[in-house]
Design a protein around this ligand. Sequence first.
Ligand code: 6R9
Length: 575
Amino acid sequence: MNEMIQKKVFPVTGEGYNMPAYEEAYKNFAWEDVEKQFSWHTTNKVNMAYEAIDRHVDTPLKNKTALYYSDASRDEQYTFEELKALSDKFGNVLRKYGIQKGDRVFVFMPRTPELYVSVLGTIKVGAIVGPLFEAFMEGAVRDRLEDSGAVAIITTPALLSRVPVSELPALKHVILFGEDGELAEGQISYEKEMEQASADFEIEWVDREDGLILHYTSGSTGKPKGILHVHNAMIQHYQTAKWVLDLQDSDVYWCTADPGWVTGTSYGIFGPWLNGATNVVRGGRFSPQDWYSTIEKYKVTVWYSAPTAFRMLMGAGDELVKQFDLASLRHVLSVGEPLNPEVVYWGMKVFAKRIHDTWWMTETGGQLICNYATMDVKPGSMGKPFPGIVAAIVDDEGNELPPNRMGNLAIKTGWPSMMRRVWNNPAKYEEYFRLEGWYVSGDSAYMDEDGYFWFQGRVDDVIMTAGERVGPFEVESKLVEHPAVAEAGVIGKPDPVRGEIIKAFIALRDGYEESEELLAEIRQFVKIGLAAHAAPREIEVRDKLPKTRSGKIMRRVLKAWELGLPTGDLSTMED
Ligand code: 6R9
């Protein structure tokens, strides 16, 4: 099967792309040349929000639409000039409350224009922005605010109940958007403050290595890690959005990811706006009709989405596609999990477009291995390293492996958008760089003889469900907080639509009997405590779970049980 897929190649489709032919682009590339795009090249003082928004106001892009926003009740658009003015004002609001460079400010809101204004305004005062996905529940919100020592949060009355303000001593300000009633002590009205805020604003110029954004992401052990990115990342955001997304002035671009995830910021905010493209943001929940009509309504030209979404659209049937005019689409891309060859074939059939896979991680800040518009696409492959990036397959000692051998996917350190810190956790940071000169991704892959990389799986137990990274440890910890659960082991179970679903194996405490109601209650418990996407879709009760002698749940054995495979070496298992 693999052989067959490899032989099928979708060749380069045309000219007129920003990126030269791959080999040529790779050979002649230097990050230092990209830097010269930016005004800070000469001063060394920088601000991402200036380069993404303010800078365009002195150019013909001034009155161009920067943001189209719609949901069930709103339909709006904002020019670059308007976004500059709004984010300037919001910067003034933050300053009024003493927020300054280096402070952590979280944005916990549904996708709305105010979310984008909040993110930009926070960056404009030099603070570090922490975007939180709106589906997070109290436990997940607390962990992130506590770890980062956040001083302010911008949220909505509906989400406020999930912010345990009284348990967060560092959190001084709660800015509420959409509150028209009484404000409690420490609460600030977004609308009222914006009404009063001055339009005169002096942006905070920072160093290129100063903190920009903190994205929490799951690993296989411990609590989520706060991955810190710095302003310097814009070099990579700019260039990859230009070459990989192929963003041009005339483009209407739609990134379907929420800014709670790294794709929704690197390529939902920074990359497109650094290139002066028009961004489409659609609020509300996914439905195939809505998605197709969004492309039709805005005449979306470049579309960046995820395999799960493509598979759901595929499941909705080809007849549906024909009811919409999708002729505007010229470039389609995917990220987040393996892009099945079937999906690429489907894309060719229904959109007459190649879907370009891109590989990267929260930690890498920007795209690293991709299929490019100017390169042959091999369906099922992630593509080749971006110019300026050296990728390799290495063994556990850091030796490079020859083509077609599976091993650790590693990147030579030093690309512009590489994370700079794991917040409060230098040891975790060092782990990524344990092999001299390499960043070790935690993914396993192989490279074929043409230099294309093929994803094989995670080396650790991290679960990718519907494109979202879930750490089994977080879910297990939540499960055992339930009074009925004695122990829990959580794995990803292969699923045709979601990639993986979360499956929990649990052992019950004495006095508890397995019943449908109890399992539903446990599921609900995780959903309320963590997030809907982290709640196990399946729970199986066992008398005992397989553990090592040191007491670690052996997820590998659970997985083998689930898939009906041999359990392998059990020498470390307790009796
Ligand atoms: C950007 C993003 C990172 C993990 C990564 C890998 C998986 C991402 C992929 C892919 C196969 C691709 N992943 N892109 N797997 N093919 N094109 O998704 O960041 O949420 O941190 O996830 O996602 O396992 O290690 P993040």
